[in-house]
Design a protein around this ligand. Structure first.
Ligand code: ADP
Ligand code: MG
Length: 259
């Protein structure tokens, strides 16, 4: 199972939108996919139609050792896509984990027990570099960074890359950067064009060729509890996420692509 953390400590850059739609696109490509919602806001869970009342077990229970992964996940309306939802309890986890010696390895240990069930696991991280995101980066093989095409886009990135380096040095030497995905791209806006160009000249091949456009269907879909790929599979946002999924699969090691 390939594990990919979708992380950026900035809020509102498209992490959750990417997690939901990339997971759906990967399932559409025939990969057995698990989406772990690691944000106390639970937007990925809501966006995939998991009602608050139906979240019997959550990522909080998994981190605290109160539930096993197999018991805690639920299916979604998308064949091949399962979700481990988040509840507000998760906002207390940062503090509660302080007393645990293995606090950075909770997610890694929980995932290690269920290697064979899924091909890909996406982890939707909260907008911070706290213990939840650290758990995701310790558990992950690689990180995918959604980057909004706006003026300060690159500013937070150096902090994120420093964190990645620290995690590599201390906990997870094999953590790699899978890629940076440019989000909310608006071709009519010259500034976003310029930002995209700057990011590419700075990060080179690390940036996915696929660009996610600003598309109102992507923002409407979650209020219906649906991925955009189901809500409107022909909109530009859905098409972009299908392309991103294909590009991502091509970047993974050949042995995983064959899965
Ligand atoms: P994050 O998880 O990083 O906080 P979200 O994915 O929740 O970011 O996106 C923030 C807001 O922007 C949400 O309301 C979402 O619907 C909207 N959004 C995200 N990506 C796009 C896009 N490509 N086009 C239009 N709206 C988007
Ligand atoms: Mg989010």
């Amino acid at each position: 199972m390939i594990r990919i953390a979708i992380a950026n400590q900035k809020g509102g850059v498209g992490k959750t939108t990417t997690a939901i739609n990339l997971a759906t696109a990967l399932a559409a490509c025939g990969r057995r996919c698990l989406l772990i919602d690691l944000d106390p806001q639970g937007n990925a869970s809501t966006g995939l139609g998991v009602k608050t009342a139906d979240r019997e077990y959550s990522s909080y229970d998994l981190l605290m050792g109160d539930a096993k992964l197999v018991d805690a996940v639920s299916g979604t309306m998308i064949p091949g896509l399962d979700i481990l939802p988040a509840t507000v309890d998760l906002s207390g986890a940062e503090v509660e984990l302080v007393d645990h010696a293995d606090r950075a390895h909770k997610l890694q240990k929980a995932l290690a027990e269920e290697e064979a069930r899924w091909d890909v696991c996406l982890i939707d991280c909260p907008p911070s570099l706290g213990m939840l995101t650290i758990n995701a980066l310790v558990a992950a093989d690689s990180i995918l960074v959604p980057l909004q095409c706006e003026f300060f886009a690159l500013e937070g990135l150096s902090q994120l890359l420093q964190t990645v380096e620290r995690i590599q040095n201390r906990f997870n030497p094999s953590l790699s950067i899978l890629g940076v995905a440019l989000t909310m791209f608006d071709r009519r806006n010259r500034l976003t064009d310029q930002v995209a160009e700057d990011v590419r000249s700075c990060l080179g091949n690390l940036v996915f060729e696929t660009v996610i456009p600003r598309n109102v269907r992507l923002s409407e879909a979650p209020s219906h509890g649906l991925p955009a790929l189901i809500y409107d599979h022909r909109c530009s946002g859905s098409e972009a996420y299908m392309n991103l999924a294909r590009e991502l699969l091509a970047r993974l090691p050949a042995r995983e692509m064959a899965a």
